[in-house]
Design a protein around this ligand. Structure first.
Ligand code: FES
Length: 162
């Protein structure tokens, strides 16, 4: 087994992209949020190693970065599914059976609100309004809206997203 002490790992494609982000933002005021957004766009979420890398480059303690990530709902510290299911539990959807739609989603994909399937096929989240209350009850999968749903429509719709 190789006993050499050179621990510099070859950069991944993502690592190289992240370096470009640092080149653009290091030393600039207010860099943290845009760097986190770009890092998340590169990796799909914010792994702890990436938070440490950001900490080193921006000279901001990991604890502070972690605090920012947990404060803003846009940041994700765990891997996300290829398909993001958002069910609306806002007032209009609630009175038209949004909770039953949420139940049907949970049953169809086998996870609860806020979870991701092990095969990373789906992430399931509930939201307060999707901005199309006239179509209540509504769910979105990625950027596609499915309105006027009934619970028995849900499994078939979700199956189309691989
Ligand atoms: S309340 Fe559901 S889309 Fe607005």
């Amino acid at each position: 087994m190789c006993q050499c002490t050179n621990d510099a790992e070859p950069k991944t494609k993502e690592g190289l992209e992240l370096e470009k982000v640092f080149a653009q933002y290091v030393g600039k005021k207010g860099a943290l949020i845009p760097v986190l957004q770009k890092a998340q766009a590169i990796y799909g979420y914010l792994p702890v190693e990436v938070l440490k890398e950001i900490s080193r480059n921006l000279q901001i303690p990991v604890s502070k970065i972690y605090g920012v990530c947990t404060f803003y709902a846009q940041f994700h510290l765990k891997p996300r599914g290829r398909n993001i299911i958002r069910v609306c539990l806002g007032t209009a959807c609630h009175v038209r059976g949004g909770a039953k739609i949420a139940e049907a989603i949970s049953k169809a994909v086998g996870i609860k609100d806020g979870e991701t399937t092990e095969d990373l096929r789906y992430t399931f989240e509930s939201v307060a309004c999707l901005g199309c209350c006239g179509l209540a009850p509504v769910m979105m999968v990625n950027d596609e809206t499915h309105g006027r749903l009934t619970p028995d429509m849900v499994a078939g719709l979700l199956d189309q997203y691989k």
